[in-house]
Ligand binder design. Structure first.
Ligand code: SF4
Ligand code: SF4
Length: 375
């Protein structure tokens, strides 16, 4: 799939472009040397923290619904990271050499009272902060904090109350809309250059609202719009199946969305991680790139990747109560053997967030398919 359909020429070097992976060449080479037993594993580029394993919505396509709803016992007693621990974790990650911290879910991070002030603290330690939120829980203090993030992703999946309720399971549409407007207003007042972006997942219920959502985000004064297929095929989603979507109609809306782009509003219609009908498409053979990122879940445990959270087979270790415990298992023989034992073709029946990065490592680093000695 050509990049032209996903973003405009002017906006081709955006953060959703998986070619970004090639900028991690030093990490790619280090990971491969480590997997061959010839190097010590570098710290990850990013840490993804899930502060709270609860959510006030109940989305049909939620990729963590297994442990939020149906198998809640998988999380165990501890569903929330203590605030003082979050600060100690940030201290450790900064000193370890991690560059970015994303506050996300496993749940809705803004339900955790410790979120106010945390992004500023991350930035004060020389790292970049980001957050994913459903936008339903906002206060002035929280919004001020969030606007210090490099990006704020607002996961919104409907442009009217009925559809919102149908997809998100709860009637918080009006509240969410008021919050988006407030975020845009504060962003102007604070002159914040945070990339405040609405992210929508394509579903049968909302696939005719894509253009409306994009215009709504622009009209409100947010900075961007990202649309991508929902991963409804992953085996841990209740009633998972291949979605049958009106593909041509969706592409037409994508085109219209791109016409809304200007200097202050960016549009990315992500499809390169899926096939042309928006189905899961993993074109790589080995799990190689996962050490670019470490996740810390609400119980202090870490797993191989964001797509395999709370699955015992993919558990790497814990960083609770002392964040330094990460050093006991990060880059260990157990970590290495775990990655070597994964067969993505049979083990990972879901969209793999890092699918393009694994492929780059196979093609560009191992096979040198881009002939890197010839710029
Ligand atoms: S808002 Fe996010 S975490 Fe909450 S139910 Fe929806 S998809 Fe899941
Ligand atoms: S989904 Fe599978 S292949 Fe992809 S990073 Fe996770 S474990 Fe590795």
């Amino acid at each position: 799939m050509s990049g032209i359909e996903e973003w405009s020429d002017k906006n081709s070097l955006n953060s959703f472009n998986s070619l970004k992976g090639l900028a991690y060449m030093e990490h790619y080479k280090n990971i491969l040397a480590w997997m061959d037993g010839k190097a010590k594993l570098m710290p990850p580029v990013e840490c993804n923290i899930d502060p709270y394993a609860e959510c006030n919505l109940s989305c049909s396509m939620c990729i963590v619904q297994r442990y939020l709803r149906t198998h809640r016992e998988e999380v165990g007693e501890m569903r929330k990271l203590p605030t003082d621990y979050l600060y100690r974790l940030v201290d450790f990650l900064a000193s370890w050499g991690v560059n970015g911290i994303c506050l996300s879910g496993g749940g809705e991070p803004t339900l955790h009272k410790g979120m106010v002030g945390l992004p500023e603290y991350i930035v004060s330690k020389g790292m970049k902060a980001s957050i994913f939120t459903n936008g339903t829980v906002m206060t002035e203090e929280l919004v001020n904090s969030l606007l210090t993030c490099q990006f704020v992703t607002l996961s919104i999946n409907a442009t009217d109350r009925e559809t919102y309720k149908q997809i998100m399971g709860v009637d918080l549409f009006d509240k969410m809309l008021a919050n988006l407007k407030y975020i845009a207003k504060r962003q102007k007042e604070l002159n914040s250059d945070s990339f405040t972006c609405v992210r929508m997942l394509i579903l049968p219920e909302n696939c005719r609202q894509i253009y409306n959502m994009c215009s709504m985000a622009k009209e409100i004064g947010l900075k961007g719009f990202n649309i991508r297929p929902a991963d409804y095929e992953r085996s841990d989603i209740e009633g998972h199946h291949k979605l049958d979507l009106p593909v041509d109609e969706i592409y037409e809306q994508f085109e219209k969305c791109h016409k809304l782009e200007d200097e202050n509003f960016k549009v990315v219609t992500t499809i390169h991680k899926f096939d042309k009908k928006f189905h899961v498409f993993n074109n790589f053979n080995r799990c190689l790139a996962s050490p670019l990122l470490i996740n810390v879940l609400s119980n202090g445990d870490s797993y191989v990747c964001a797509d395999r959270k709370m699955e015992e087979r993919y558990r790497l270790g814990t960083s609770f109560p002392e964040p330094e415990r990460i050093l006991n298992w990060w880059g260990s023989e157990g970590h290495r053997m775990k990655l070597l034992s994964i067969n993505p073709r049979t083990d990972c029946l879901c969209r793999c967030t890092f699918n393009q990065y694994h492929r780059q490592m196979e093609e560009v680093v191992i096979k040198d398919s881009m002939m890197l000695c010839f710029p």
